[in-house]
Design a protein around this ligand. Structure first.
Ligand SMILES: [Zn+2]
Length: 154
């Protein structure tokens, strides 16, 4: 991947020891970072991050942290965009895996359900047959009793 921030190397200003990528949090000297506004002619009102020690002592041409805020933010955005792309790729991969898994589970469940359904239907059928027989016996017995009664009455 190409370094997009290399396009801004033409800007003036003292360079920190080793370029900081993104928003600096601490200078190499241990001092915290402050955000200031440039009053220089080439960069009027441009905001920058500066080593607190260097800012306090108004150091010039030193190697304490100096970084334009806009450049730092662009760095951050670049990093985030790269990360975002990676996450998106991972998410897609996960989503695909999940879909495959769900499909597998679904097929399995369907298979099981079909089996279970068949078993249940067979069970219900055999039960119905059994109860039908019982019903027939009850009906036949009832008829016989009825006939017996009617004979007795008649
Ligand atoms: Zn410093």
């Amino acid at each position: 991947m190409s370094n997009l921030s290399s396009s801004s190397t033409g800007s003036t200003g003292p360079r920190g020891r080793g370029r900081v990528v993104g928003v600096p949090t601490r200078c190499w000297c241990g001092e915290g970072i402050v955000a200031l506004i440039s009053k220089s002619d080439p960069n009027p009102c441009r905001r920058y991050f500066r080593c607190g020690f260097a800012a306090k002592n108004r150091l010039r041409n030193d190697d304490h942290v100096f970084k334009w805020v806009d450049e730092a933010l662009i760095n951050e955005i670049d990093t985030l965009t790269a990360k975002h792309g990676e996450i998106e790729k991972e998410l897609k991969e996960l989503r695909r895996e999940r879909l495959e898994f769900e499909k597998m589970v679904c097929e399995k469940v369907e298979m099981n359900m079909e089996k279970e359904l068949n078993e249940k239907v067979e069970e219900a059928l055999s039960q119905a047959k059994r109860s039908n027989k019982k019903m027939m016996i009850v009906v036949v017995l009832g008829c016989m009793i009825m006939i017996g009664f009617s004979k007795l009455v008649g």
